[in-house]
Every structure is written in structure tokens, then in C-alpha cells.
Design a protein around this ligand. Structure first.
Ligand SMILES: [Zn+2]
Length: 283
């Protein structure tokens, strides 16, 4: 039975993130999907009414993640134990227990222990830009790469091509990413309608023009259309967080549904030959 290890920063990245359909698909096909979540999402925005019996947001979001993981059929969920950080400049980043402030080597060592226990066949983490520039996502990406290098004695980006590495028994490492053309379209549309694409999101700290320039190569494209209903049910478990896909007019919802049909990954190790065709599956 294959094992897929997912390493993301927050309880909801597995459901809102660009690999949710892929995770639901492989879990449904019998792959054992394990999730290492670096924080409990303490810094998320929330409405105090949603806490219910939970003493704080971390407890509420932990429970939401377990519910979402059960919905997606994950085999296990583990927490690295760091505090959630905010976007660049946020006061919570100064907390020494935050993922933001933690030394990279320490996070990597902690991750390596978990990776060794799970002993996966493939690993998926964030992309180098942290999807939309979130410092926790970037730290998670960097720490995962470092842990991988420590555990498997390789240097990412410099060694074995696919064919040469097929003999080695180390997991394939992927970054989950998303296509940038819809972001470019959205930024242009906002500009044309008199809104500033460089100051989006609740706090105005999302710069769509910059995000659109963060191109990540695609080595792997997974069809996930049959698993979007599971993804939607998992998203609905995160009641304290505003769903990203449930808003908008019918045209943008239809547009989003079309984009969601396939998800893209970038294989970080082993390297793929430039001439290689796009992969359509992980296993
Ligand atoms: Zn996140």
C-alpha cells in the first residue's frame, strides 16, 4: 500500500489548497495519506461565535482539521507544534514559538523525525513562493526541502534525473502549485474595473500582480474532477475560516469549477528531464 505524506503549514491548507483534489483522489484509491500540519492556525481570522465549546481558535481549528481529514479519508494527522504566523510584518511573527521565528534547521530536524516514522513513497509540500507569499508556507517549503536533504543525503535541484534515480528507494518530492493565468486575468479585470489588484484580501496584503509573476514549472498534472465533491465537503468542515470557493457570481463559480478539474505539481526530486512528458499521476 503506497503512502503519501503531505506537509503544509495550517489546518485548512489540505482542503483550501491547490492539492486538495489530488489528496482526496489518492485517499479514495487506497493510498494512505498522512498530513503533517506545522501549526494549529492560531493566527487565523474568526468570528468568536463559531468557537462553541472550544476554549480558543487553536482547539476549534484542530477539531475542524480532524473532521476534514476524516472526510478526505486521511490515514493520519500530526502537528509540528509551532504557533501560526501572519503575513510579513504581522505582530504574531515576533513570538519565539511561531513558525516564523523558529530556526530553519530546528523545523527541518523536527520534520525529519516525522518523515522517518511515516516512511512515505511521495511527499507534497508548498511551492517556493508559499502559494501567495504566506511566510509560514514558505518556511514549511524550505524546512521540508532541508529535512529531505538531511534524511536522504541528496542536494535538491542538482542531482539524479528520473531515470537514474529510479533505483533509489527514496520518496518523490513534489511542490503543490497552481496556474497563474487565472490570477493574471483576475488582476487585469480588477484594474479595468477601478480596483487595486495589488491590495486584495481582508487586510489588503495580497498582491495579485506579484503572485501572477510567481511561475512554478509543472511536471505533473492530475485530473481530480471526480473528487471535487469530497473536497467541497472537507472545505465545509473548516467553519471558522471563510471558504474561498463558495462566494462570487455564477460566472466566476463556473470558471473556478473548470479550473479545479485539474491540479498541478512540480517534481523537485528526482529531477525530470526537460524532454519528459507531463506526468498524469504520482503513483
Ligand atoms: Zn495556509
Amino acid at each position: 500500500m503506497k503512502k503519501l505524506l503531505v506537509i503544509f503549514a495550517h489546518p485548512d491548507d489540505e482542503s483550501f489548497g491547490p492539492a486538495a483534489g489530488t489528496l482526496a483522489k489518492y485517499a479514495a484509491q487506497g493510498v494512505r495519506v498522512h498530513y503533517i500540519c506545522a501549526t494549529r492556525g492560531e493566527a487565523g481570522e474568526y468570528d468568536p461565535d463559531i468557537l462553541g465549546n472550544h476554549p480558543d481558535l487553536a482547539h476549534a481549528r484542530t477539531a475542524e482539521l480532524f473532521e476534514a481529514a476524516h472526510t478526505m479519508g486521511f490515514a493520519g494527522v500530526y502537528f509540528l507544534g509551532y504557533l501560526d504566523s501572519g503575513m510579513e510584518g504581522s505582530p504574531s511573527n515576533a513570538n519565539p514559538r511561531s513558525l516564523y521565528s523558529a530556526p530553519l534547521e530546528e523545523v527541518a530536524q523536527r520534520l525529519a523525525t516525522y518523515i522517518r516514522c511515516v516512511n512515505p513513497d511521495a511527499i507534497i509540500t508548498h511551492d517556493e513562493y508559499g502559494w501567495y507569499g504566506h511566510p509560514d508556507h514558505i518556511k514549511c517549503y524550505q524546512a521540508t526541502l532541508r529535512a529531505y536533504e538531511l534524511l536522504y543525503d541528496v542536494k535538491i535541484g542538482t542531482e539524479a534525473l528520473d531515470e537514474q534515480a529510479s533505483e533509489t528507494q527514496i520518496p518523490t518530492l513534489y511542490a503543490a502549485s497552481f496556474p497563474k493565468w487565472p490570477i493574471k486575468l483576475a488582476a487585469r479585470f480588477l484594474s479595468l474595473t477601478g480596483r487595486n489588484p495589488r491590495k486584495r484580501g481582508q487586510n489588503g496584503d495580497i498582491d495579485l500582480v506579484e503572485i501572477a509573476s510567481w511561475e512554478v514549472p509543472t511536471t505533473t498534472r492530475i485530473q481530480v474532477g471526480d473528487y471535487l465533491a469530497i473536497k467541497q465537503r472537507a472545505i465545509a468542515c473548516h467553519r471558522s475560516q471563510r471558504p474561498l470557493t463558495a462566494t462570487g457570481n455564477p460566472i466566476s463559480r463556473a470558471f473556478l469549477r473548470r479550473i479545479e478539474q485539474q491540479e498541478t505539481l512540480y517534481k523537485l526530486y528526482p529531477l525530470t528531464s526537460k524532454r519528459a512528458r507531463l506526468e498524469t499521476r504520482i503513483f
